[in-house]
Design a protein around this ligand. Sequence first.
Ligand code: FEO
Ligand code: CA
Ligand code: CA
Length: 635
Amino acid sequence: MKDIDLNKISADDWDELNDPRPETCEFDEVVERAISRRGFLGGVMAFGSGAAAMGAVQLLGSTSAEAMVAGRFAFTPIAAQTDHTVHVPEGYEWEVLVRWGDPLFSDAPEFDHATGGDADSADRVFGENTDGMETFQTGGHMLIAVNHEYTNRDVNLPQSEEGTPASLDDVRKLQKLQGVAVMEVARGEGGWQVVTDSPFNRRITHLSPMDIVGPAAGHDLLKTEADPTGTKALGTLNNCGSGKTPWGTYLTCEENFNGYFGSTETTEDQKPVQLNEGYARYGIGADGWGYDYHKWDDRFDTAKNPNEPHRAGWVVEIDPTDPESTPVKHTGLGRFKHENAEVVLAPDGRVVVYMGDDERGEFLYRFVSNGTYVPGGSTEGLLDDGTLYVAKFSDDGTGEWLALTPETTGMESLAEVLIFARKAGSAVGATTMDRPEWIAANPHSVEAYCCLTNNKNRGVKPNAGGDETPVNGPNPRETNKYGQIVRWRPHDDDHAADTFDWDLYVMAGNPEVYNNAYGGSENIHAGNMFNSPDGMAFDSAGLVWIQTDGKDSNEGEFAGMGNNQMLAGDPVTGEIARFLTGPKGSEVTGLCWSTDRTAMFVGIQHPDAPFPDGEGKLPRSSIVVVWREDGAAVG
Ligand code: FEO
Ligand code: CA
Ligand code: CA
């Protein structure tokens, strides 16, 4: 991998370079399969790629964005954009709330564009690559807990060649720029601002102590020399999407944790010398994804600490209202590349957590607690004592949740089922998915939605565990470039029920390029085209907000889509309207509202320069705040 610039390739592409998979399916076979499934789907038709596979499907004609103002949207949709700033509809305004490097404490220096800040203060400032976030209210204080997912090393270490850490100091700086921030925000004379030095402000990083609890805590696979108990970890890694519990805590989800680990000793064919069980399935290789932690910090060197990777890939609970609290890794929720954690309650009070594993051909999971949530009561065990399930979708529009236990999987213990949840999912025949990103539950209807962002391997290659990935009902498009959103309605209006009905809410696409269903479902038209749905949340009115992390070339198959964006969708009519466009190069990710709903906070991750500070400055991931000029609620 010597000639590859690791700053320029995605975590997914890096995973495959690390672990190449054979191409097993012929295109013609895939198209054949796709055609045979046409007509089975609920919301839209299944289809293959290319005109040969397609019959005529009904698509709306080219419709201007303005013409689509209708229904429950309180805004005039905006056009696609390709510039370096943020756009919102007429009658709305936006400004930057906080950027990478802005001090959360007054003892931190103001941001230095020459250095990108130093290691000492990197955990006293707003971190890098803002992602999932949630709002909390305690007393008279409004808090935002927000993830700092990964780093843009060439930007964060501007004085290092290609962003490669050149010292332990560089590594410490990167480790401290990631993790989570808790910060108080308030609206004053100058608009919304971070409250510097609030006693609630806190940074949790790759170095912060945390507890490991649940059925896998203390298992041999979690023990290291530094922690012979297997119950005390350091750091939370690659914090992507988020969740919020009914009892007011924050859930941060560890996604591409594998990229931080490497091995200083390798075999002749460049594999780690300690090739632990699960390394291949979870993408633990010899080099890491360019962070180079393993060269400076033994904890990330699997030649010395082969079990350390098992201590990441979990969902971590944080109490943002208690700055002294220790974050908790919940093994009951399984170990995989967690996107987000959507928590709902079953009618009987059991806690249900929906979770996606964002890698090509991996699975959709659900946890159901044994105990029930009682407001004000103990929440002990509600995220650990229960059953983890994976989804199996049938092409007839139904599906079921398959329990992952030693009995159903043939695995030795529940701890192993949870530590190697991917293997457990394969063992029971879960449906391989097109990279499950955020899951969001409708507060007004017993249903949940999941963004399946894209999957160029659909119908082409197996997943990392060797499971074939043929075109299937919820993943009906081979070499899926655009992504789709699947939704399911649990039977008996009970999120704890083991069966459900499903359909596709939308197939993203480009009807201007493809005059057939590969170009998208009926609710996609020239005025709202997008690709790669990723972030997602419902507002209080029951509209679903969709954020994108896709190709922003605005050319070829992506012509007319412009930069990454945020759209609002009506679950009832299927209508979708573009609300916000991000600056060139950025992903729009992370969404929450002020307690009074008059402000919407939106994450802008990894923009290209010159956003937000202008020409000649480093680009900085930022949270922007959006509000209505008339002061009314924005969702
Ligand atoms: Fe961090 Fe799958 O997005
Ligand atoms: Ca994401
Ligand atoms: Ca993504």
